[in-house]
Design a protein around this ligand. Structure first.
Ligand SMILES: [Zn+2]
Ligand SMILES: [Zn+2]
Length: 331
């Protein structure tokens, strides 16, 4: 499903109207979220334009690999991604280093992300390509080695990398949707949206956990009334590569448990406008979730995840842990 939605600025402005107390925090991250989104849009336009065909190609979606729970980019070589990663670093590092937690690491981060690309056939892989590969394959030892070599605290490198790798990965994911659609002659559906194609709580493209979930609105298909529906289907959204995928409503994205009473909902009293936390009674993880049936606009999901941080605080007090750690829910 393609979401045509509000911008980062519109979404945050709406949240500020409802919860003025959050304004300073939201404003502190607004430029960063907006810059990431803008660059992702530029790269996506360039890489999905058949006439231009720039950027690396994602591997082909394979049903059998997906059935084993392997996300699309796990193990993919991604050589040459470093060129656009460097572009992203040029734009995003100054904004990232405006955050207090990263300011002291600026020199090491610049040395890591802004070095000239290494692309020779006999050379060691570029460190940015190696970083992408380690993150996409969930290779924690390789990731720690890269952080050690760069003289960076692993958590801080991860925090920076989540932002800097994101625009190229979003463009790569958009390209994977496009390729999948051409092959199946379908519009508005990614290969992982096909019934039963992907059953995991982590992202089918990059393997990251979702930052937010959403329940869809009722829709009406003009050409085929049988395809119309009442809405309420659950989708998860990955902020690393921008992918949305369908997920079972009664199941936990973290531990995979399913069934009656596994998932509970936590919402504020009063007009919550569909904002809530879905949390697992078994493993105690939660994911912010937005019911679009109770919301007029479709917000920018990254900005919305930040805009629901008041619920992150409630969850922390309840002893629940976030499914996906973000810079604003690490209390
Ligand atoms: Zn992803
Ligand atoms: Zn669970």
């Amino acid at each position: 499903m393609v979401l045509s939605c509000q911008s980062v600025a519109q979404t945050l402005a709406d949240v500020v109207t409802r919860r003025p107390v959050l304004e300073p925090v939201l404003r502190a991250f607004e430029d960063l979220l907006a810059a990431r989104s803008a660059l992702a849009g530029e790269l996506t336009a360039a890489w999905t334009n058949p006439a231009a065909a720039g950027g690396p190609c994602p591997p082909e979606w394979q049903t059998e690999r997906a059935a084993r729970g392997l996300s699309l980019l796990a193990g993919a070589p991604l050589t040459g991604l470093c060129i656009s990663v460097r572009t992203a670093a040029e734009r995003l590092l100054p904004l990232l280093c405006a955050q207090e937690s990263l300011a002291s690491q600026r020199t090491a981060l610049e040395a890591f992300f802004l070095a000239p690309p290494v692309l020779g056939p006999d050379s060691e892989p570029d460190r940015r390509d190696a970083l992408a590969r380690a993150m996409l394959s969930g290779d924690a030892p390789a990731f720690r080695n890269l952080a050690d070599e760069a003289g960076l605290v692993p958590e801080l490198l991860e925090f920076a990398a989540e932002f800097i790798l994101s625009p190229p990965l979003r463009a790569l994911a958009a390209r994977a949707v496009q390729t999948g659609q051409v092959e199946r002659e379908e519009r508005n559906a990614a290969p992982w949206d096909e019934e039963g194609a992907w059953r995991q709580g982590y992202c089918p493209v990059c393997g990251s956990f979702p930052v937010i979930g959403w329940l869809d609105k009722p829709f009406f298909e003009e050409k085929n009334a049988f395809l119309s529906g009442g809405g309420g289907k659950k989708h998860l959204y990955c902020s690393l590569c921008g992918t949305n995928w369908k997920f079972r409503r009664g199941a936990c994205p973290s531990c995979g448990k399913d069934g009656n009473g596994v998932m509970e909902i936590l919402r504020e009293s009063g007009a919550a406008r569909g904002e809530r936390l879905d949390w697992c009674t078994s493993c105690k993880t939660y994911c912010p979730t937005l019911d679009l049936r109770e919301n007029d606009a479709i917000p920018d999901m990254d900005a919305m995840a930040l805009g629901m941080l008041h619920l992150d605080m409630v969850a922390a007090r309840k002893g629940l842990g976030p499914l996906k750690a973000s810079f604003w829910n690490l209390f």
